[in-house]
Write a protein that binds this ligand. Sequence first.
Ligand code: UT7
Length: 323
Amino acid sequence: MIRSVVRGTGAALPRRIMKNADFEGMVETSDEWIAQRTGIRQRHIAGDDETTASLGEAAARAALDDAGLTPSDIDLIVLATSTPNNTFPATAVEIQNRLGMHHGFAFDLQAVCSGFVYAVTTADLYIRGGLARRVLVIGSETFSRILDWNDRSTCVLFGDGAGAIVLEAGEGTGAIADRGVLAASLRSDGAHKDKLFVDGGPSTTGTVGHLRMEGREVFKHAVGMITDVIEATFTQAGISADDLDWFVPHQANKRIIDASAKKLGIAEQKVVVTVDMHGNTSAASVPLALSVAITDGRIKKGDLVLLEAMGGGFTWGAVLVRW
Ligand code: UT7
């Protein structure tokens, strides 16, 4: 059977780093509050010349280099983002053009923080369906552009950045020992749409709008939703938490990550945490965390890796990959 195998990874971060203490003169907050409640210590913030497209392009080029490929080898670009450069065309098409790629096809996918997990699942189906052989899957965001910088309950939480992987069609036997995407579960429930949203849009206000969140409400639902979808993925794959080598969760809040891992029985040393360095980068958070754990030598070929995310919508999901 066809398996979608990871061939390369890459990441890109804006030049400017903003530390928690940098907020202290802007809103009523403290380094201590932010660090204790979220685990965040710093985040990268895009400069005027840095956009979702430019960061996505840089992450894509890094992933292509890592894979030993060029843009001419790619058939499809799937970009997960909720902060596109323009309402349309898709920022994926802009990245395609920046890469000098004038063949194949490209589109954006919008599932907020779950975007990368949705995008990997989508790319896997295109590969297994025979519509693409090599896919660039990118998560790129510039949430700093949609933050209300006067709202201390949200502005301290998010950061900008991009991560990418190259998925390639490979051969598998159908067994759990195969390399590639092995199982996935996706969920959404629009009943929660007003708990984390942007208060503007082309068809409503005609403006871009700002991010609004009932943080406590999101927190309340997060752990249950995350653990349910992961358990569904374990059942699908016929594995348990003990079989995992690495857990790479969405990086929104260290307390959510810790509680989810504990409830699932995933050992602390198997959990990749980057929220301290990047804050919540929405669709970029999982590929950025992956890139860190691959670069520092933790995730190796053959490892069983679980990706998970939950965010606005609500949307949530998990993907199991043999690296
Ligand atoms: O990526 C999508 C998914 N998003 C998430 O997963 C975010 C989920 N939510 C969270 O991570 C947490 O709910 C937050 C980090 C947003 C907030 O932490 P919390 O422990 O739930 O705090 P809280 O909202 O209950 O607020 C506690 C207090 C409040 O003051 P009062 O009402 O107790 O007087 C807030 O006004 O902390 C106050 N507060 C702050 N204080 C200092 C809120 N933001 C800040 C701040 N600095 N930046």
